[in-house]
Design a binder for this molecule. Structure first.
Ligand SMILES: [Zn+2]
Length: 310
């Protein structure tokens, strides 16, 4: 399943609670889901959503028919009675709650997002310059500085930055998909950073401080063992911060974290990270429990000495 389909499946199940927002989302689906005059919906989940939204917003659900379009099935929706066509209305809703529902509808109708492993790109394909400018304004109100481009008869409004794509998904309510997006994004960044630091290390041994270097090495081992995604979030965060800032002290590292963590907290996390790495080196795949650790190391924490600042 492509990431776009995954996001749409998830958004198809997000139901706005207010009637104003339901109407706004339905409006976007209707305005931008039309192709050559008929309203074709890509998949069953979105078609069901159109019916549910209509029931809430208009009372009467539209007639939906399954049709064959090439190798796929599409859902042909009869034009809703009681909704303005584009140009007949004052335009897209501007207030916060409806704006987000409207944008969700635009994405469901005409959106596409790249698979997280293949770059960061989200776009909305709109039928006219006016529509594109309207959507651009709505996105900017959400502090998403989108851009516009023309492709034949279509106007594309797009986001090209990972952070912004992520914020769009959160704004639209795709919380499950955003987690996957963020995991892949972080994994990619971690891999890049580790490679960069490993190369920097071979080029100039003296530059990276010893303890920091061991931590980078721990992350490298964890990555190589395919354990990154199983690391607790707190450990992922401290690892990422260390890779981004190999030169800073533990105290400074703690200040970089969100929310900030004291020096001993950072030390604790890095030691846990080291235990994951040790386990990976031993061919295991989980963080060892405390009891097991005591068996291996006794009460002596010499194995973690390199993680201390002195
Ligand atoms: Zn609303």
């Amino acid at each position: 399943m492509s990431f776009t389909v995954e996001v749409k499946e998830e958004l198809a199940h997000v139901m706005p609670s207010r009637p104003c927002c339901r109407r706004a989302e339905l409006l976007a689906l209707w305005w931008y889901g039309r192709r050559q005059g008929s309203w074709l919906v890509e998949n069953a989940a979105i078609a069901r959503k159109v019916v549910r939204l209509s029931r809430g917003a208009l009372g009467e659900p539209p007639r939906v028919e399954m049709v064959r379009a090439g190798r796929h099935y599409r859902f042909l929706v009869a034009p809703p009675v009681g909704l303005p066509a584009p140009g007949e209305a004052d335009g897209a809703p501007r207030n916060g709650c409806c704006r987000r529902s409207f944008l969700r509808g635009v994405f469901l109708a005409s959106g596409w997002v790249a698979d997280p492993g293949r770059g960061h790109h989200l776009e909305l394909a709109l039928p006219s310059r006016e529509a594109a400018e309207e959507v651009l304004t709505l996105l900017r109100s959400e502090e998403l500085p989108a851009r516009m481009a023309r492709r034949q008869d279509t106007y594309l409004v797009y986001l090209k930055d990972g952070e912004q794509v992520s914020r769009f998904l959160i704004m639209a309510g795709a919380h499950g998909s955003v987690m996957r997006f963020e995991n892949v994004r972080a994994l990619k960044e971690v891999k890049n950073l580790v490679n960069r630091l490993v190369n920097a290390e071979t080029a100039n041994l003296g530059k990276v401080v010893d303890a920091s270097w061991r931590q980078v090495e721990d992350v490298r081992v964890i990555l190589a063992a395919g354990l990154w995604e199983r690391l607790p979030r707190a450990l992922q965060e401290v690892a990422l911060a260390r890779l981004r800032h190999p030169e800073v002290s533990l105290r400074e590292l703690g200040e970089i974290l969100q929310p900030p963590v004291g020096k001993s907290g950072v030390n604790h996390r890095l030691r846990r990270l080291h235990r994951w790495a040790e386990r990976a080196r031993a061919g295991g795949c989980e963080e060892p429990g405390q009891q097991e650790l005591t068996e291996v190391y006794g009460n002596d924490t010499r194995c973690c000495k390199g993680l201390k600042e002195d």
